[in-house]
Each structure stands twice: as C-alpha cells, then as structure tokens.
Design a protein around this ligand. Structure first.
Ligand SMILES: [Zn+2]
Length: 283
C-alpha cells in the first residue's frame, strides 16, 4: 500500500486510504478525487462513443437508408408533378389550334406529346438513375412538341417556318425563344438570355419575367434556385443545343454549379475548359 501523508488523511479522510488499498493503480496516475472523476468521465465518454458507433452500425445505417429512400420518393413525386404541369400546359397549347388538325407539324407535335406523357407516367415508379433519364426524355419530347407547334402556328398564319431556337430560359414551357434580353440573376452579372416574346415585352416595360416556380424541399421557388434538383428537367428542354448552354446562361445561380456535371453526364461530353476554370474559381 502506498504511503499516505497526514496531510492527505486530514484533507480526504480515510476513504483515500481505502481507495489505495482497493485500486493500487491510483498511485500511478494520481490520488485526488478530481483524477478519479476525470477518469470516470473519460470512461463514460468512451462508452458513449462506442455506443454511438454501435447504434450507427446496427441502427443508424438503416435509418439513413430509410431517410434516403424517403427523400428519393419525395423527389420523384415532385418531378412527376412538375412534368404533369408541363404536360397540362402543352396540352392546352396544342388543343388551342385544333382547327389545324391535318397539319403535319401539329400531328408530329401530338406524337411528341404522347411520348412525353408516357415518359412522365413512369417517373413515380422508376428506380435509380432511370428516373433522371425519363425526366430528360420527357422534357425533350415536350420541347420537340413545342417546336412542332411553333411550326404549325407559322404554317397556319402563312409565315415561313421559324428557325430552331432554345426555349425561353425563364420557363421552357413558354416555348421556343424569339429574342434575347439582358438579365442578371440575383447577386450575379448580367448576360444575354433567350426568352419568349411575352417575357421580352415584360422586361422591356420593367416587369419581372414569368419565371417557372417549382416545388422543392424548401417550398415553391424558381427552378434555378433548387440547386441540382431540376438540372435534368432543364437539360431535356435544351436538347439539341450546346450541351453546356444552360450552364453558361445560369452561371451564378444555385443551379448553375450543378449544370456542367449534369450536362457532361447526360450528353456524355467533356466539360469545356472555361467552365472547369469557373468551378475552380468558385471553389
Ligand atoms: Zn418566357
């Protein structure tokens, strides 16, 4: 048994002597009540950490997987709802010129419409990456239908067929753009963007453009404010144009940083050097 001074006996009483008798290792690491408390605390922390690790291993991972599955299902519902809204708009646009039935362009537009309906109908039950491919295919078909619709309208009015142009950036369901306007996203630099005639007139008179609002995990917001959620939805509308056009047009917005990678994946194209440089700068 270690020697205990009279001062120790005076300060701590005979309990300290008992501790030394039962726990000789206390001599090596200290004899004060604070040291014992410290070691008990450390032991409790170690037990806590070990328990947390065990929970993570045996319960946390399934909980994480359940949350991921729940988020994915919610994402599919949001995307399917968005596509259904797009299709309602397209349906109304096509139905509005039903008098032109027989037009090759209008018939082609309805064919694209049917394809888009088929793709949209599969989104809610699709699994994995096929969801994103369905979304791209759906909005690509909607854009093709809109282009055919524009051709049918021109045909009906006796005008020459319009050139193929990108959709209105503010809302691709507005149809092919007819002009460019200068627009600066919040906290970003102005740039020329393709827009429909209605939005061009609104901006010319100082009115805000009719930006497409969509459902997100944070509520209803402009589609470009949803980070990566609507990248594939947007890329489908811009099929047939420069794969990185949307990345350039929406640079500086929340979706902007997600578009180069998504476009490279969807179009199997390398990200252009200037966009790579912008990423490094933004990092
Ligand atoms: Zn527009």
């Amino acid at each position: 048994m270690a020697a205990i001074s009279l001062l120790d006996r005076y300060k701590h009483g005979f309990s300290i002597e008992l501790k030394h008798a039962q726990y000789p290792w206390l001599n090596q690491y200290g004899t004060g009540g604070c040291s014992v408390l410290l070691y008990l605390t450390l032991f409790a922390i170690a037990v806590g950490v070990a328990s947390a690790a065990l929970i993570c291993k045996f319960k946390g991972a399934p909980a994480f997987r359940a949350q991921a599955t729940s988020d994915f299902e919610a994402t599919k519902v949001m995307m399917a709802s968005c596509l259904e809204q797009d299709l309602c708009i397209l349906d109304a646009q096509l139905s509005a010129i039903n008098g032109s039935r027989g037009s090759l362009h209008l018939n082609q537009a309805w064919t694209y419409h049917s394809a888009a309906v088929r793709f949209a109908g599969q989104v809610r039950t699709a699994e994995g990456g096929s969801v994103w491919q369905l979304i791209v295919s759906c909005t690509e078909s909607i854009a093709n239908a809109a282009a055919e619709l524009a051709a049918a309208r021109a045909e009906t009015a006796g005008r020459s067929l319009p050139a193929k142009t990108p959709p209105c950036l503010f809302d691709p369901t507005h149809g092919p753009s007819t002009t460019h306007v200068e627009w600066a996203p919040p906290n970003s630099l102005p740039r020329a963007v393709p827009v429909c005639g209605t939005d061009a007139k609104r901006i010319a008179t100082g009115a805000p453009p009719l930006v497409r609002m969509v459902q997100s995990f944070e509520g209803v917001v402009p589609y470009y404010a949803c980070y990566g959620l609507y990248t594939h939805w947007l890329l489908g509308f811009f099929s047939g144009f420069d794969p990185f056009l949307t990345a350039r047009l929406l640079s500086g917005t929340p979706i902007g940083a997600h578009l180069p990678g998504a476009a490279a994946s969807v179009r199997r194209a390398p990200i252009p050097p200037e966009l790579c440089a912008e990423f490094r700068l933004s990092d």
